[in-house]
Design a protein around this ligand. Structure first.
Ligand SMILES: *[C@@H]1O[C@H](CO)[C@@H](O)[C@H](O)[C@H]1NC(C)=O
Length: 102
């Protein structure tokens, strides 16, 4: 999952079409990262990486009883949280104020 978020965030820097080939059991899917990235702002794509780290590693599908999809939907509709999560992804330490915001 982390690779998926990295591809989304850095898709601008890669001038070739990006396809993410994923499977679970017999279910194989190809996601067009280039297409998907075009539907999101750069800030949202950067914020998603921080949100993914904040809500736990790949083997954790939920955080505090809320699934990651719910967290992602919240992020899409909330400019303040997009600002905060995209900012903390660029910092070595998180300020007390940002800790409170997240
Ligand atoms: C993925 O999306 C890009 C941009 O819309 C498009 O050029 C490309 O053909 C698509 N690739 C596939 C395999 O669908």
């Amino acid at each position: 999952m982390y690779i998926f978020f990295l591809l989304l965030s850095f898709s601008d820097a890669i001038s070739k079409p990006l396809i993410f080939d994923t499977s679970s059991g017999n279910n194989r899917r190809q996601l067009n990262i280039t297409d998907l990235a075009a539907t999101m702002s750069k800030q949202l794509r950067d914020a998603i990486i921080s949100l993914h780290a904040f809500t736990g590693c790949d083997s954790t599908s939920c955080f505090a009883g809320k699934d990651k999809l719910k967290a992602l939907k919240m992020l899409q509709g909330d400019q303040d949280h997009q600002d905060t999560f995209s900012r903390i992804g660029t910092l070595e330490t998180i300020s007390g104020q940002d800790m409170q915001l997240i």
